[in-house]
Write a protein that binds this ligand. Structure first.
Ligand code: IFM
Length: 422
């Protein structure tokens, strides 16, 4: 065996807005309709998963996938304040039950960058008043789905949502206001802590965590204090502060909290979404020159995963779920190598990594990048909706079946795959 996964189990990840299709009134539908997406697409098409749940579950089963991370579209469930749509709830109940019956354990994300339009109109996460509103939605979901679901991601990548939407202005609502971004991160972290307590009150056996977007921040020149200080500062503002708040209820500046959140333990697993590293020059971050990159220009850096897992487990000792890891590789030329090297990096860290969810199951609507990037183990023809398992998807299925990467699988799928340099 080239790589033995031991007790690490495999899954795949998705998010509601990126795969479901349909016209739910969300911040992202509004943003896309207003022309905010590079290729002019909207989430209305996506993978049409809403209408193809059975087909997609059958495909998961065919590939031997044991764990499925999926999101919920809050705007479908609560299309107007305090109005809950029973048809939408029934649809999700159907889906999670069908997953269980197929032997697949769902991990459900409650918020994945997607707000109902009416939440967005009220200032969304800039206003702490959204927290009780979110909690009412969480309570409703728990009551409806906890028969089938006992693992929950409260918030996906609070740091990415806050910075892209409020500091860099690239995502809805397109603000460039660092103060607002920090307020949003604080409110999301508070919402997580309170949702954590609520979910445990409703379902004591639940496992609850955040899916954190974590990266390695390296100074471009270690001997240049501006680069080193820049890297440390970015790391702190982008990930350390929000980790402390969401794991321990420790709100360090610039994050703030209402007096209601006590210090404590607010995570049953540490969710890690890992994609790349930031190469920091002073106050700017970019990609290390001459490194392998994916179709979006993101550096491919598996060693960063080993480093992160080792250091994160020291600070936040809990079972680790790699809640996302994957890459945009339209030609499927090297995705198998990427998977192999990141799984090997996870094993090598020695940290208790219990799960690895590959992003993404199928190609998906990739926010402002639209339909162009191809993250799927399964390729999607957007015109016809036809799904085709890529060779890397067959490799992934083989890893699951064998409990690791056999010598034959390595020779067949990994050895011939070469990255391209940036
Ligand atoms: O598609 C996204 C996902 O929604 C959040 N994590 C990163 C992925 C790839 O960009």
């Amino acid at each position: 065996m080239k790589l033995d996964l031991g007790s690490l189990e495999l899954g795949v990840a998705t998010a509601a807005t990126q795969i479901e299709g349909g016209n739910a009134d969300t911040n992202w539908h509004r943003w896309a309709e207003a022309g905010g997406v590079k290729d002019g697409s909207t989430p209305a098409r996506a993978c049409d998963h809403w209408n193809r749940v059975d087909e997609d579950i059958a495909l998961l089963k065919e590939l031997g996938v044991r764990h499925y991370r999926m999101g919920l579209e809050w705007a479908r469930i609560e299309p107007a304040p305090g109005v809950f749509d029973q048809d939408a709830i029934d649809h999700y109940r159907y889906e999670v039950k069908a997953l269980r019956e197929a032997g697949i354990a769902p991990l459900v994300t409650l918020h994945h960058f997607n707000n109902p339009g009416w939440v967005e109109e009220k200032g969304a996460w800039t206003d702490p008043k959204v927290i009780p509103v979110f909690l009412a939605y969480v309570r409703h979901v728990l009551n409806a789905l906890s028969e089938w679901v006992d693992e929950w991601v409260t918030i996906n990548e609070p740091n990415v949502y806050a910075t892209q939407s409020y500091a860099f202005g690239e995502w809805p609502p397109g603000e460039k206001n660092l103060g607002h971004a920090m307020k949003v991160m604080s409110n999301l972290a508070q919402a997580h802590c309170r949702a954590y307590s609520l979910i445990h009150a409703l379902q004591p056996c639940a496992r609850v965590g955040v899916a954190h977007h974590l990266r390695v921040f390296d100074p471009a020149n270690r001997h240049n204090p501006a680069d080193s200080v820049g890297a440390k500062t970015m790391e702190y503002l982008f990930q350390t502060a929000v980790l402390e708040a969401t794991c321990y209820g420790r709100f360090l500046p610039p994050l703030t909290r209402t007096p209601r959140i006590d210090g404590g333990n607010y995570f049953d697993f540490l969710g890690v979404n890992y994609y790349t590293r930031s190469w920091v020059k002073g106050t700017a971050q970019g990609t290390r020159p001459d490194s392998p990159v994916n179709d979006l220009g993101w550096e491919i850096y598996p060693d960063g995963l080993t480093q992160l897992l080792t250091s994160m487990y020291e600070k936040y000792p809990a079972p680790i779920y790699i809640t996302e890891n994957g890459t945009a590789d339209r030609a499927d030329a090297w995705r198998a190598r990427y998977v192999y090297e990141h799984l090997a990096a996870a094993v090598e860290s020695g940290a208790p990594v219990e799960r690895y969810y590959h992003w993404c199951f199928t190609d998906n609507w990739e926010w402002i990048e639209g339909e162009v990037p191809r993250f799927g183990l399964v390729g999607l023809d957007y015109e016809t909706g036809v799904r085709t398992v890529r060779p890397s998807g067959r490799f992934f299925a083989d890893i699951g079946a064998q409990g690791g990467v056999t010598d034959e699988a390595y020779e067949r799928w990994v050895a011939p795959a070469e990255y391209r340099q940036g």
